[in-house]
Structures are given as structure tokens and as C-alpha cells.
Design a protein around this ligand. Structure first.
Ligand code: AMP
Ligand code: ZN
Length: 461
């Protein structure tokens, strides 16, 4: 199989797992000091679609995400306050309460747009030991120095640092940004903090060989990747804004500490603009999924909208494009609802279209192409309706637009849904006889049980 994927720096390449058939994937998680926005959701949906594409074509995955609950300063650099600490003080709460609240909000938001949770989710504050351990390794290699404000990574010790920075990274970003005051304690402006001792009043503090303090932002992901996935991983995802300094420095830390290539494919999703503008507090255009719902939209219309543009491009969100996306999605739902009596559970997926769909997947996760194939299926005059439904339900393993819901009988009696839940448990435990007996019971009540690869539901006979 040739699966082409784009690495941000080196372009399109064939994806070959480092080991066997399993891909190790890391996604930078949210900084949990605020409600996650539809911009963040674009990035998480992009990672979710990528992973589901990989599963669809037969890879296995091991996926990990962090939760940034300490260390991310308001400037994304080495000055200013910690985002969580600042929020906690402004709301009169503890930083842990803030993290807990916004982490829950994050989970409920991604659930609404059908983003599957990674197998491992780990908080920065739960991995302090690993972060200290890596700084010690770097220390032994002479790559760090200590000042009054913390421990810094010394970029002047890295051979060809300038070359590594490459053409893409705007060096101005290192030297000065309007909101970043110059940190006078470091030797080179590109040095960055691994451990911060500058904030004695910061609520989250730990002892370390360099004094009481808390970690920097980039060391956190380096540590969580290493702890759960090892020195060398297949894919690392995140939004375009993380390329520099976060990912650049994360790579520098990992490769220097472990003398190993860090990541085969960096996959960055393009930023979401709102009505042509960058999302910002002052423009009051930072929408959450709840804002979208309160304006009468189905959260999955947002997922559909994001699928219709390629993950790597910038996307301009407007409410009229969301309305068009919702209209299109509801047309698909209606197609299924209107034709559900024609559905035959023994029908096979159309191989011709499945191949086309896989071609789009393997061409750098071409989601607009996948949506296009879905519509080709619906519009095909020569394909029977039942095969159409079966085929698009199969595509929905990647698209996750809840198409199966529209095949369902509107209201399933409670005892039937309980039996389904019970049967799911039996199936999860591979107790096939018990599961079969329940299926027969459900069928005796006048329903047909449909088992898709990731889902089970019933329709009336
Ligand atoms: P943060 O919570 O700021 O660390 O961001 C969490 C994720 O959302 C990161 O991968 C960011 O790159 C991504 N992200 C933030 N803003 C946007 C945006 N406007 N469009 C797309 N992705 C974004
Ligand atoms: Zn990260």
C-alpha cells in the first residue's frame, strides 16, 4: 500500500510505519485555561480524520495526547505569566480547578464533533519526574545553563542551529514580538526555558535539582511523547501556529536528549479564520461549539464543513458557509431517512467506490475528495439504494457524521436499548453465544440487529 502523507518541512512522502503495522501518533492537546474554540476543534478534527483514515486502510495506531495544565506562558515564549495561573487568580480559583473545568469542557466539545479520544491522555502536571529526568540528561550533555529565572536550553551548543531553523521560520519571531519583552537573563534570544523558577507565587511548584519551580511548555510534550511512545514516533500533529517555537524546540530537546530522530511526519493543520479575521477577544469572534449550537446548528455540520476543505489549508469560517454545510449534511441524512425501508443489511459495500474513497485517503488525507466520492455514490444512477446506504455508512467510519442514526427506528423501547447495551458487553468480552441469544430475543420483538464494524443498532423489521 502506498499512503502519501505530507510532512510540513519536507513535503509529500510515502508513509512507512517505524515498526510493524502500528503507527505511533502524538497530538498536542489543549492548554486548559479557557473554552476551546472552533479553531482548536479544526485541529482536533483534522487529527481525528487522519487517524480514522489510517485505521480504515488497515493500520493500527497507538495515540497519545497531552493536556497542558502548567507552564504555557501567555506570550508562548519565556516571559509573562502562566496562562492557567493568571486565569486562576482572575477567577479566584485554584489552578487545578481551572484545569479541571476547562479539561471537562474540552472533552464535551470534542465529543460533540465525534473526535475519538486518544488511547492515552496525560497531563503535564502528572509527568514532572519525566520532565526533570530529561533536563538532567541535557544538563549532563552540557546543553543547559541556569540563571535567576530558570534553566535554559543553550542553542549555541547545537551545531548548525541557524541551518536547522531553515527558511520557513521567521527569525524575527525569535528576536522580538511586540508582546514579548526581551528576556535579559538568557545568553541567546533563541534559548528557551526548560524549568522556571521565576514565579515564587505560582501555585503549581515542584522541587527540582535547580530549585523549586515548574516546567516550560516545550519540555512537557517532549517528556510525554518519550514516556508513552518512545524516542522515535511516526506522526506528530498540531495546528500550524505550533510549528515555531513549540514543535521546533520540542524536537531540539528530544533529539539532543535521546540521539535519535524524533518524528517522521509533522502534520500541521491550517489555521481557522473567522469572517476573514484571526480569532481574538477584542473582535469577539472566538466561537465555541456551544455558540454554534445556540445559533441553531448541529455540531456535526461544523465537522462536515471542516471536511470539505483540506486540513493543510487556511480556512475562513463564515456562518453562511456553515449553513451551506448543514444543508448538504441534512440532504445526506434525508436520503437515508427516505430510503431506510429499502436498506438490506446483507448488501455489500460497493468496491468500486470503496477503492475511490481509499485513493482519496491515501492521497494525503484528501477529505474534500472523500466527501465528493460520498456524493458520487448517492447520485449514481446505476447503484441500488441499499448498496448506496451500506457504502456511505462504511465511509462514515472515517467521516463520523453519525449517518447510522438516520437508519434507526425513531424510538427504540427502553428494554430493547438495554438489551443492546448488554449484548455489546457480551461482544466486547467475546461471549458470542450470549450475544447471539440476545440478538434472537431482539429479533423476536420485531427488530433487525445491524452490526457495523464500530457500531450496532436496530431497525424495525
Ligand atoms: P492551545 O490550546 O492554544 O495550545 O491550542 C490547541 C490546539 O489548537 C493546537 O494544536 C493549536 O495549534 C490549535 N489551534 C489554535 N488556534 C487555532 C486556529 N485558529 N485554527 C486551527 N487550529 C488552532
Ligand atoms: Zn505540544
Amino acid at each position: 500500500m502506498v499512503f502519501k502523507l505530507k510532512d510540513t518541512q519536507t513535503g509529500l512522502h510515502e508513509l512507512n510505519p517505524i515498526k510493524d503495522n502500528t503507527l505511533k501518533i502524538y497530538t498536542c492537546g489543549p492548554t486548559v485555561y479557557n473554552y476551546i474554540s472552533i479553531g482548536n476543534l479544526r485541529t482536533y478534527i483534522a487529527s481525528d480524520v487522519l487517524k480514522k483514515c489510517l485505521l480504515y486502510v488497515g493500520y493500527k495506531i497507538e495515540d497519545v495526547m497531552n493536556i497542558t495544565d502548567v507552564g504555557h506562558l501567555v506570550t508562548d515564549s519565556d516571559t509573562g505569566e502562566d496562562k492557567l495561573d493568571k486565569k486562576a487568580r482572575s477567577e479566584g480559583k485554584s489552578a487545578y480547578e481551572i484545569a479541571d473545568f476547562y479539561t471537562k469542557y474540552f472533552y464535551s466539545s470534542i465529543d460533540k464533533v465525534n473526535v475519538r479520544l486518544p488511547q492515552v491522555i496525560s497531563k503535564a502536571t502528572d509527568n514532572i519526574d519525566k520532565q526533570i529526568e530529561i533536563i538532567q540528561i541535557l544538563d549532563k550533555k552540557g546543553l543547559v545553563y541556569k540563571t535567576d529565572t530558570g534553566v535554559y536550553f543553550d542553542v549555541s551548543k547545537i551545531k548548525d542551529y541557524e541551518k536547522l531553523l531553515g527558511q520557513d521560520i521567521d527569525k524575527q519571531k525569535i528576536a522580538s514580538r511586540e508582546d514579548v519583552k526581551i528576556d535579559t537573563t538568557k545568553k541567546n534570544q533563541a534559548d528557551f526555558r526548560l524549568w522556571q523558577t521565576e514565579y515564587p507565587n505560582h501555585e503549581m511548584q515542584w522541587d527540582s535539582p535547580w530549585g523549586r519551580g515548574f516546567p516550560g511548555w516545550h519540555i512537557e510534550c517532549a517528556a510525554i511523547v518519550n514516556k508513552f511512545l518512545g524516542n522515535h514516533i511516526d506522526i506528530h500533529t498540531g495546528g500550524y501556529d505550533l510549528i515555531f517555537p513549540h514543535h521546533f524546540n520540542e524536537k531540539l530537546i528530544s533529539e539532543s536528549a535521546f540521539d535519535s530522530k524524533f518524528v517522521n511526519f509533522w502534520v500541521h493543520s491550517g489555521l481557522l479564520l473567522v469572517e476573514g479575521e484571526k480569532m481574538s477577544k477584542s473582535l469577539e469572534n472566538i466561537y465555541t461549539i456551544e455558540d454554534i449550537e445556540s445559533k441553531g446548528f448541529d455540531p456535526l455540520s461544523l465537522r462536515y464543513l471542516f471536511l470539505t476543505s483540506h486540513y493543510s489549508t487556511k480556512l475562513n469560517f463564515t456562518f453562511s458557509s456553515l449553513q451551506s454545510a448543514q444543508n448538504a449534511l441534512f440532504r445526506i441524512y434525508n436520503f437515508i431517512k427516505l430510503n431506510k425501508s429499502l436498506f438490506d443489511k446483507d448488501k455489500k459495500v460497493s468496491l468500486e467506490y470503496k477503492n475511490k474513497f481509499e485513493e482519496k485517503i491515501k492521497n494525503n488525507v484528501d477529505s474534500p475528495g472523500m466527501i465528493d466520492v460520498l456524493w458520487q455514490v448517492i447520485k449514481d444512477k446505476n447503484l441500488d439504494t441499499s448498496s448506496k446506504i451500506t457504502t456511505i455508512l462504511d465511509f462514515d467510519r472515517v467521516l463520523s457524521l453519525d449517518l447510522h442514526k438516520y437508519l434507526l427506528t425513531e424510538e427504540v423501547p427502553e428494554d430493547i436499548s438495554n438489551m443492546l447495551l448488554e449484548r455489546k458487553e457480551y461482544r466486547d468480552n467475546k461471549e458470542w453465544n450470549e450475544a447471539d441469544n440476545l440478538r434472537i430475543k431482539i429479533e423476536d420483538r420485531g427488530y433487525i440487529v445491524i452490526d457495523l464494524k464500530d457500531n450496532t443498532f436496530v431497525i424495525e423489521k
